[in-house]
Design a protein around this ligand. Sequence first.
Ligand code: CA
Length: 418
Amino acid sequence: MPLKKSWVDSANSADTDFPLNNLPYGVFSTRDDDARCGVAIGDMILDMAAAEENGIIDLMEDPLFDVPFWNEVMEQGPAVWAALRARLTDLLGENSAERALIEPLLVPMQDASLHMPLVVSEFTDFYAGRHHATNVGTMFRGAENALPPNWLYIPIGYNGRASSVVISGTDIRRPWGQLKSPEHDLPAFLPCRRFDLELEMGAIVGTNSDGPLSVDEADAAIFGYVLLNDWSARDIQAWEYQPLGPFQAKATATSISPWIVTKAALEPFRTATPEREFELLDHLKDTGPMLYDIDLTVTLAPEGQKATTIAKTNYNQMYYSAAQQLAHHSTSGCPMNAGDLLGSGTISGPTKPERGSLLELSWGGKEPITLDTGEHRSFLEDGDTLTLAGHAQGDGYRIGFSTCTGTLLPAHKDPFKR
Ligand code: CA
């Protein structure tokens, strides 16, 4: 599919994240206006609340866009999602008959603050990247037992905390926790020493369900995708994770990028999951190309210094798609809701520069990486800024996710006296 041309000039550049083909959904505020729904186009944001108030966007009787979240749009279901996208494509397309009405409703992105684009109903995080699971398993249990026996049959996950999901740009405070170093007999309560990132994609569920979903039904229920950094305290995790999995190690924060890129925008970039060692059971089998070809990068900038690219990989490396994860999640009858966020699991490729966490890049701290500044890193240092970026590359255009960034602040001196 070629670039769809818009009368918004900046949307026609080959390197904008937001051409007419994308139309991602976010929430923004300006000095004069409260947070409301907006759509990114080039370097502008279309004020959806204003467009609705003026009657230019008229999908439902009740207003949908004068609120700081997209959950109400999600709840309208896939037919309304498609109608909205078609209407926006007409309004912002080069042959739009309504340019004069829409143009005054565009806000320069540089004048806007971005906010969480949705109310996260619940957050589930998976462990569905084979290279990541193999790397971590090899470090923790040895190469022979790297993948647990269930791993090639089900997308393993755990229930995370919706309350800890934050918007890109939010500072992250190094946590305290209970750790036990191998050289000490007793655990101690200390600031985390092995704070890490996890490069992931987040899938946003758009419709409510109350019973098992087929893979196709699950795919239809997904509204869109964001970049996701699942900040992880490795030393807290190593002590707490058996037998019920991660808990406080993953509860400090999870950052997401500000624009929800719709499934519709990603449709031309569908790609197959990797070849499987064992066939999946019928209820989880691929029904077509289930992943997306999305280039991903991670940069690390020490405080006040320039950033180094520390990892480059692609979402097509996952073993399980978001649709398969959602289908599995619903098998028990677990009700799923609009606004549920599903983390893909850390995305790592087969080679070292493709590893999506410092745990893997520094091989558990044994092989520190060297930054362009000459500094070394095994895990994150105070003041480090981590930035994830991602885009699907089309012919002369890109479907961009912008960035998901966060700076690590030092631990409080005393966690109980803030
Ligand atoms: Ca994770």
